[in-house]
Design a protein around this ligand. Structure first.
Ligand code: ADP
Ligand code: NA
Length: 330
């Protein structure tokens, strides 16, 4: 039996991934890899749509790949590779650019937000075409399933439109994919600012738990997390965002229900609850951190894994690209 194809990726945009990336993406990818033929990419071509320092980009790409593996993405069960190692991404993106409407691309809200922040002169055409490259990523692998955060829903819609348009004009070529939107309970918020999602682009890092933080740093960040004055460990996203966020984290990492955690901490203070959470987070990340650092200390091994996986990704991608070229007369 062949498993349904799945595609997802993350940009190599920080030295370490954070707890939101781990719970919102990696933990779910890890689950999905046994039921899907999964392709997980470190999307460095996407990263260069905004200015990058070359040496830093190279390093972040390796670190991101190492953290995928450390978090449990198995590079022999899934195909885990670096996007730029597979030239077909850029090649198919060009073709899809030619069937994407300028107005259609202009309606992408993420582009509108980012370009408004940067200003038109600082905004690259690459950033404008970012969603088209993402469509190429997905369509190259005949992916049926695309696990993404809610902010990527519009891009997956565009991917579906482009696949249908191409198939309609040139004959059946691409599988039309489906977005698998992240569960709300898997959304993690900043520990200092629990109304905003945990994000590497936060102004201060004090509310971000990095996967590669030392345990002592993690402990301090959790103990200093913003709560409320009510003193009851109970879930109430609107009224008690700080405690609710900590409960979500506790639940996601321990596999326990929120209710059972509330019961355990009934009549106890936030300090006890936070200490319990420190244990859960440190226990989860200690082996992940060790494995990531081991991989980064052995560059030959990581390179070998990435080369083998890029080869596997290329074989699939080349087949799709060839079909698309043929269809349009190239
Ligand atoms: P960031 O917001 O730090 O820039 P990205 O946008 O690069 O993170 O997201 C990479 C992946 O991690 C995506 O699948 C996204 O849905 C997930 N993710 C990012 N932040 C969070 C969060 N706070 N909670 C849950 N999932 C998240
Ligand atoms: Na982001």
């Amino acid at each position: 039996t062949t498993l349904p194809r799945l595609y997802s990726g993350m940009q190599p945009s920080a030295d370490s991934l954070h707890l939101g990336n781990y719970i919102g993406a990696l933990l779910q990818w890890k689950e999905l890899q046994s039921t899907h033929d999964a392709f997980f990419s470190v999307v460095d071509l996407h990263a260069i749509t905004v200015a990058q320092d070359p040496a830093e980009l190279r390093e972040k790409t390796r670190r991101t790949a190492a953290q995928y593996i450390a978090a449990g993405i198995d590079p022999s069960a899934s195909t885990l590779y670096v996007q730029s190692h597979v030239p077909a991404h850029a090649q198919l993106a060009w073709i899809l650019n030619t069937i994407t409407g300028f107005g259609e691309a202009s309606r992408m809200t993420q582009f509108k937000d980012k370009s408004a922040k940067q200003g038109a002169e600082a905004t690259s055409v690459g950033l404008f075409a970012y969603p088209v490259l993402m469509a190429a990523d997905i369509l190259l692998f005949d992916a049926e399933v695309v696990p993404v955060g809610d902010d990527q829903r519009q891009h997956v819609e565009l991917t579906r439109d482009l696949a249908e348009r191409f198939n309609g004009r040139f004959g059946p070529t691409f599988v039309v994919p489906q977005a698998m939107i992240l569960k709300d309970s898997a959304r993690i918020y900043d520990l200092q600012n629990p109304e905003s999602k945990m994000s590497k682009s936060a102004e201060s890092g004090a509310g971000i738990i990095w996967m590669l933080d030392e345990p002592e740093v993690t402990r301090k960040k959790i103990m200093r997390a913003v709560t409320d004055t009510d003193g009851v460990v109970s879930f109430d996203r609107a009224g008690k965002p700080g405690i609710s966020n900590l409960l979500s984290i506790y639940s996601a990492l321990s596999g326990r229900t929120i209710e059972s955690i509330e019961v355990e901490y009934e009549g106890k203070g936030y300090g006890d609850f936070k200490k319990g959470l420190v244990e859960v987070v440190v226990e989860e990340f200690a082996p992940v951190r060790k494995r990531a650092l081991d991989l980064l200390a052995d560059p030959g091994e990581l390179d070998r894994i990435l080369a083998t996986n890029a080869q596997r990704a290329s074989e699939v991608a080349e087949g799709t690209l060839e079909k698309a070229y043929d269809r349009i007369g190239l």
